[in-house]
Design a binder for this molecule. Structure first.
Ligand code: NAD
Length: 395
């Protein structure tokens, strides 16, 4: 069949297997150019949330910059008849194909990472896979979580706390800049978001891996966070998701302590840059901010995508010279170039003047759209989208 993008709101419900494969090839080529020679570079890596965005790029950096074997956990839809798989499914197939061609082990587990079953499956597979991990990347982004302890399900929401939030936002579908008004979250919504996106599940994963003796003495255990600028603060950092991220960041010290006591390395949170991913496109205001950010950072020559971010994380922060560089809260900062005061002053200057009419002139919205389509394997110049493809064929 011929596969075209079908966009519904902030998601694309189709994805293109050949386009996804080419996306992975491109990231692999970049990761290979960033080879790491550190004596403790990881040999066996577990990536939780490995199929798209930051987790996928982390896996590619681990395999192709460090030569590591990787076990990936994700939750993706396989193809069914005429229905394409989700992009993350094709991405993972493509990754495994390229890793195996390069002589690396690559195994996948597709299922709910919040559940006990999937954690148990990882323990079993890890033992077959060769044993201890020397790097764990926790990169889940999910709107819901069922706590396996009691079977209660929680939903995350993206709301301000304490006051109504009013600001500009971008309707990416209609290409319209408009006002958004969001009511503040209730206490219950704040608590539920923390349950989903806070550090509880990261800690459960660490407990399971420690109990099974699966973390090596030099293991690094990394989760991702975001802080962001003034313009998104009420909806992001000071909102429900920001509370959850604070919980995640506070969990790092406790998780690190447990690992140290077991002689199994340490944990860090890495604060990354705002980028177009499936998760970030769902957050109000963020697509507009990212469109402006991309333009400024491109002009300054500091723009990075997921793979450039994860390669810098590996090369400069985790496996660079000297100790891991952290801020006063013990967080790794990969958002340093985004938060550069020159960049942020320009954002504050441009923000009030953006309208639907000048959107393309004052922001990199076209690049945003290209990157969004690319997430699903579309819009690549090197793929013939008129060719028939079988959505169920193995890559
Ligand atoms: P993403 O949507 O691209 O990836 C999410 C991953 O989680 C996918 O692999 C998906 O399959 C997996 N996943 C979701 N629910 C799951 C479940 N129940 N079981 C197993 N796997 C599941 O998201 P992303 O933007 O790459 O976000 C990853 C992390 O990076 C998040 O913690 C996010 O807050 C953080 N981060 C993102 C940005 C950004 O701008 N995108 C910036 C800084 C930090």
């Amino acid at each position: 069949m011929i596969i075209k993008p079908r966009i519904k709101g902030f998601v694309c419900i189709t994805s293109h297997p050949t386009g996804c494969l080419e996306n992975i090839r491109e990231q692999v080529a970049y990761a290979k150019s960033q080879e790491i020679f550190h004596e403790h570079k990881p040999k066996r890596v577990l990536v939780i949330g490995s199929s798209t965005g930051y987790g996928l790029s982390s896996r590619i950096s681990a395999a192709f910059s460090c030569g590591a074997d990787t076990l990936g956990v994700y939750f993706e839809r396989p193809p069914a008849g005429e229905r394409t798989a989700s992009a993350g499914f094709y991405n993972s197939q493509a990754f495994c194909k390229l890793a195996k061609e390069a002589g690396l082990q690559a195994e996948d587990i597709n299922g709910d990472a919040f559940s006990n079953e999937i954690k148990d499956e990882v323990v079993v597979k890890a033992k077959e896979f060769g044993g201890q991990f020397d790097l764990v990347i926790y990169s889940l982004a999910s709107p819901r979580r069922t706590d396996p302890k009691d079977g209660v399900s929680y939903r995350a929401c993206l709301k301000p706390i304490g006051a109504i939030y009013k600001n500009k936002t971008l309707d990416t579908d209609k290409q319209e800049v408009k006002e958004v008004t969001i009511d503040p979250a209730s206490e219950d919504e704040i608590a539920q978001t923390e349950k989903v996106m806070g550090g509880e599940d990261w800690e459960s994963w660490t407990d399971v891996l420690l109990d099974a003796g699966l973390l090596s003495p030099n293991c690094l255990n990394i989760a991702y966070s975001y802080i962001g600028p003034q313009v998104t603060q009420p909806i992001y950092r000071n909102g429900t998701i920001g509370q959850a991220k604070l919980h995640l960041e506070n969990s790092a010290a406790r998780i690190s302590e447990k690992m140290r006591n077991a002689g199994s390395g340490k944990a860090y949170v890495s604060v990354n840059k705002a980028l177009v991913t499936q998760a970030s496109s769902a957050i109000p205001v963020v697509p507009l901010y990212v469109s402006i950010l991309y333009k400024i950072m491109k002009e300054m020559g500091t723009h990075e995508g997921c793979i450039e971010q994860t390669c810098r994380l590996f090369k400069d922060r985790l496996y660079g010279e000297g100790d891991t560089l952290v801020d006063e809260e013990n967080r790794i900062r990969l958002d340093d170039w985004e938060m550069d005061p020159i960049v942020q002053e320009k954002i504050i200057e441009i923000w009030p003047s953006i309208t639907t009419e000048n959107l393309k002139e004052l922001t990199s919205f076209e690049l945003y759209q290209e990157e969004f389509l690319k997430l699903f394997g579309f819009g690549r110049n090197d793929v013939d989208y008129e060719l028939e493809v079988d959505p169920s064929a193995s890559l």
